[in-house]
Design a protein around this ligand. Structure first.
Ligand SMILES: [Zn+2]
Length: 210
């Protein structure tokens, strides 16, 4: 089975506010990792991913949220929310798996003009469009195109997911250059002795015994 990736990137600077909103959201199941601002984004990795949570957050914060998903190493998706509205999405192979809800299907057109000017950095639209074109023609072999897409729009650590961090996927985590700024948010009753690489490091650093 190929790898699954799921991450969301929030155009915002106040991480405490996001944590509070997430913890108050009745849709949230399980725990999550959240990362201090990087390149103008706060990254989020939910244990149980839910596009509705991203949509709600985008509304509550009145900002842009870019979610990246890869299904079994073979289908690349993005979902873009702005001020609580789903403004654009993309899937490299349409209709192969039912991971996109019917209400979103008609917006999965990969129209970069809807969001390219809202990014925290200047991005060459033609280059992004070319990558999406290549992805649409690459079948189930995505190659390096997802990496190139995320690099081009300066999304930090987008090809990563909750499980990779929690299960300490060393190979993937080696390419994460700001692991120290990751926070594991969880209900303490369920994770009294969390041994994920983030908590272990923090426990060691602060000499706290849980
Ligand atoms: Zn942990």
């Amino acid at each position: 089975m190929g790898a699954f990736f799921d991450s969301a990137h929030i155009r915002y600077t106040n991480i405490d506010q996001i944590i509070q909103l997430l913890n108050d959201n009745p849709l949230l199941i399980g725990s999550y990792y959240i990362v201090h601002p990087n390149n103008g984004w706060i990254s989020l990795y939910l244990e149980v991913c839910d596009q509705e949570i991203y949509e709600t957050l985008s509304f509550q914060l009145q900002t842009l949220i870019f979610a990246i998903k890869i299904y079994e190493d073979s289908i690349f998706y993005y979902f873009c929310y702005d001020n609580g509205r789903f403004i654009d999405g993309y899937e490299s192979q349409v209709d192969l798996v039912a991971t996109v809800s019917d209400d979103k299907k008609k917006f999965m057109v990969g129209d970069t003009s809807k969001w390219i000017d809202k990014l925290p950095c200047v991005v060459n639209k033609n280059m992004v469009d070319n990558i999406l074109y290549s992805l649409s023609n690459s079948g189930l072999m995505l190659g390096n195109y997802p990496d190139e897409f995320c690099d081009l729009i300066h999304l930090p650590n987008a090809l990563l997911s909750y499980d990779h961090i929690y299960e300490n996927d060393k190979e993937l985590l080696l390419s994460v250059n700001n692991l120290d700024s990751f926070i594991h948010c969880y209900h303490p009753v369920h994770f009294k002795k969390c041994t994920c690489p983030i908590c272990i490091k923090k426990t060691y650093n602060s000499n706290i015994i849980f």
